[in-house]
Design a protein around this ligand. Structure first.
Ligand SMILES: C[S@@+](CC[C@H](N)C(=O)[O-])C[C@H]1O[C@@H](n2cnc3c(N)ncnc32)[C@H](O)[C@@H]1O
Length: 574
């Protein structure tokens, strides 16, 4: 029997049999037997993760594919066999790239070990690999051995056996998914071939940008304490671990860039002696935007630039789009913004010509990045103690309660271009592979034969994504096109909550003008929502419609909220 944790921290049985491969279709993990559990896990993944966005990130996929091919193509094998280890294989994408890569000699066999620790995704990976083998997209000169294990627990690999290590454990903060911990373990166990190995990704450069951030950004970033730990360490370093959407904040004037991108740190993933150090960079007033002299430096943004195979050609980065980056909006890799312990007045820097000192380090205890920006003591202004006083509960999602026995559904039609494309289902030709089998877990199906419907919802941090909190009416006019609220649960329903959740709502929309909408945005309120209720919400649900609709009058049909099978919102055009 196999279990996995769902988003409520409950264990769910996902397979009654340890060997699914031999089971009939009916009994298999994705068969009828597990239908409810699969739906539940699918909803968790669709709501709370960025899997689809990541897998639809063509630039990411192509760069990894080329880097993996390049490493395999240039490696001289021992005994006509190349050994590759894919850590965190997910749907199996990188393993499949390795399996199809050309080797130096045609006689070389490619043996791939791949491991994935999250069981539902591991099972999807197995299915995807099996399907691609069936349709002959994998040559017979390679084998993929898949383990449902953490990399530390894979004991099938011998000492010095690995020619190539591949992995995509990079997050917005670069190291937040534990890439260095994985690497450290692999070095300690001496799994890599002595002096003849490649690692993808190979190295990274870290850039900081000095910012003047408005109080709404600093407050929001700092109120994360309960989730991520303190924003600033006891020795004054800012933790670079909270992601945001830089372009959106800059566009709305919530942050102002005071400097260019400053290269502050570099990491060589192929050498484990390289990590535990602090690097200091001095930054003179000439690198600052002097036209901003009435501003202060009170926050930093962090971006990374990764060289995947050490050639300098196959690179990926998290620079914002406004800085000339052409990868488009990414939800799975965004930018990091962190408040500083002290604010530094720019005019004082300009008049005294004192340099700014930027220290960046990988903290040894949790192997993640920290930065400290300081200057002459006289110039630095101590920040108000307000960070530490902020009540922890403020960051918690204001979960709708049923205290008064009533609950309102606040709902809006929106046009959000940035979310639109990246949530597409996976196709049959993702870098020449077939990933359609992953769709059943990663995206919920649109309702057939009904135009303008949407199933998939995911949580959004309103401040970063929609820019609604303290937003201008201009923002609102361009994104939220129509909004309203309906009484969702009444005293009456409370006694039979099940039914309340499964109730169907029909909401007539007259936008008053012709609008083009592609998302439904909603949240619940336990008090009668006033016009400002939207502005107070930090987290809303954002549901992608399966197509854009243009018109003035629509009908929204909403049902199944909170029910196990997942909510369903359809938008129909009159
Ligand atoms: C960002 S996803 C990448 C998936 C896939 N490699 C790709 O590029 O599409 C990272 C995956 O690694 C898994 N993972 C993270 N740390 C791991 C570890 N130490 N051992 C095995 N799996 C791990 C996570 O569960 C997640 O599914």
């Amino acid at each position: 029997m196999q279990f996995c944790l769902d988003k409520h921290g409950e264990w769910v049985v996902v397979s009654a049999n340890d060997d699914d491969k031999e089971e009939d279709e009916e009994d298999a993990f994705f068969g009828a037997k597990n239908e409810q559990q699969v739906k539940k896990i699918a909803k968790t993944l669709a709501d709370a993760t960025t899997w689809l966005d990541m897998l639809n990130d063509t630039q990411r996929n192509i760069m990894f594919q080329r880097a993996v091919e390049n490493c395999i193509g240039k490696t001289n094998s021992q005994k006509n066999e190349l050994t590759v280890f894919d850590v965190g294989s997910g749907t199996g994408l990188l393993s499949l790239f390795a399996a199809r890569a050309k080797t130096l000699s045609e006689k070389t066999f490619v043996k791939i070990y791949s491991c994935e620790m999250y069981l539902p995704i591991f099972l999807v990976g197995e299915l995807v690999v099996r399907e691609n083998r069936r349709v002959k997209k994998i040559p017979v000169t390679s084998s993929i051995h898949m383990f449902h294990k953490r990399s530390e627990d894979v004991d099938a690999i011998r000492k010095n056996e690995l020619d190539i290590l591949i992995s995509e454990l990079l997050d917005s903060a670069l190291l937040g998914e534990g890439w260095l911990l994985v690497l450290r373990n692999i070095f300690e166990r001496e799994l890599l071939r002595k002096n003849h190995f490649s690692i993808v990704p190979n190295s990274a450069k870290i850039y900081l940008q000095l910012l003047d951030a408005g109080s709404s950004v600093l407050d929001a970033k700092d109120r994360r304490a309960g989730l991520y730990g303190e924003a600033i360490t006891s020795d004054g370093f800012s933790r670079l671990d909270v992601q945001c959407h830089f372009d959106s904040l800059e566009r709305r004037g919530k942050i102002k860039a005071i400097s260019e991108h400053i290269e502050v740190f570099d990491i060589d993933f192929t050498s484990n002696n390289d990590w535990g150090r602090t690097k200091v960079v001095s930054c003179s007033s000439s690198t600052l935007r002097l036209d901003m002299s009435d501003h202060e430096i009170n926050a930093v943004a962090m971006f990374w630039d990764v060289d995947l195979d050490g050639t300098g050609v196959h690179r990926l980065n998290t620079f914002p789009c406004a800085g000339g980056n052409n990868h488009g909006f990414r939800r799975h890799w965004r930018q990091i913004i962190a408040p500083l312990e002290y604010a530094i007045s720019l005019s004082s820097i300009i008049t005294t010509e004192k340099p700014i000192r930027i220290e960046t380090r990988i903290a040894d205890d949790y192997l993640a990045l920290d930065a400290k920006v300081s200057c002459d003591e006289m110039i630095m202004k101590k920040k108000k103690e307000k960070w530490k006083e902020t009540p922890m509960q403020a960051i918690k999602n204001p979960k709708p309660t049923h205290e008064e026995g009533k609950r309102w559904l606040c709902i809006a039609l929106a046009n959000i271009s940035e979310f639109w494309f990246s949530r597409a289902p996976l196709g049959e030709n993702l870098c020449g592979l077939d990933l359609t089998k992953a769709n059943m877990l990663l995206c919920t199906k649109p309702v057939e034969n009904i135009s303008g419907c949407c199933y998939q919802s995911f949580k959004s941090d309103l401040l970063d994504e929609l820019g609604h909190l303290s937003s201008t009416t201009e923002d609102e006019a361009t994104m939220i096109l129509w909004k309203s609220s309906v009484l969702f649960v009444t005293d009456d329903d409370e006694n039979k909550k099940e039914e309340g959740n499964k109730k169907k709502f029909y909401i007539d929309v007259d936008a008053g003008r012709s609008i083009t909408t592609n998302h439904v945005v909603f949240f619940f309120s336990d008090k009668s929502p006033g016009p400002d209720e939207w502005k107070r919400q930090r987290q809303v649900q954002v549901a992608r419609m399966d197509r854009e609709l243009t018109g003035q009058k629509f009908k929204i049909i909403a049902s199944n909220f909170d029910a196990e099978e997942g909510e369903c919102i359809r938008v129909l055009k009159y």
